[in-house]
Design a protein around this ligand. Sequence first.
Ligand code: SF4
Ligand code: SF4
Length: 298
Amino acid sequence: MVDIDIKQSPFAGSPVVPELFDGSKEFSFRCHKGIKCFNACCSNIDISLTPYDIIRLKNRLNMKSDEFLLQYSFPFEMEQGGIAGVKFKPVEGGTACQFMEEEGCSVYEDRPTACRYYPIGLVSRRKQDEYFDTSAYAVVREPHCLGHNEDRPITIDEYRKEQGLEEYDKHGHGWRQLVLKKKSTGPAVGKPSKRSLQLFFMACYDIDRFRIFINSDGFKQSFDVSEEEYTTLNADDVALLEFSYRFLKQTLFAEETIPFREGALEARVNRTEKTLQELQTEQQKLKDDPDFEPVDIA
Ligand code: SF4
Ligand code: SF4
């Protein structure tokens, strides 16, 4: 199965027909249990997961996000030194999806975005000087997939609707925007700190841990979030996911999307100044110590 990601050159080394379409493009395709290649695509997977995919699956399996990530996924670098993505971990020692059964997909109603899109590839693009991204589609033709030989004309928009993708795209959009923005700004805004990369991973993929984070004293002292909003965020994973996108815009790109609590910034500056003063005092004490010998570490 091919997952077309939001890379700048999505066609490098892939079997994707190098032509992009809008949603009105018609193609002919049908996948069904009686087809000869049934399950072929799920036997050899390379599937990236969106944050919304993880929420759907971990809730279906009644798991916490960290348990799901450990059992069913592995992280990968979307770009060198950059932000992380998450892919499905296949069965131990094999290439098949852990959810593939003889009868088909055991999590069909909650299958991920990439599985729903196949054999269509979503290509999201964003130019450096534009704020919003645009979507285009490609038709993936892999030799093992016989669904293309079926006589069932359908437009890409109809296919997206049939596969329940409108909801998946709606809740994956904030994440795509963050990834595209990070890629298009590139080194111009400097390499993200290790802490901001960790925050990105937690806020996007480990949503239950992110919930603990936003309920911490440190977060509550810094951000002005109403009690009413907390009630929603604590009860609703999808609302929390949309909030996490706002939080990451603020953390990664300094866009103020969640108001700071009055005095929070000053308190932070004061804390930093206090730490600096303490360091300087310690340094002076060392210098004043007659037994102190500086060590040349060059
Ligand atoms: S989640 Fe379902 S549809 Fe997707 S690869 Fe696994 S078995 Fe196939
Ligand atoms: S028709 Fe294509 S998508 Fe359907 S089972 Fe066969 S290989 Fe998979």
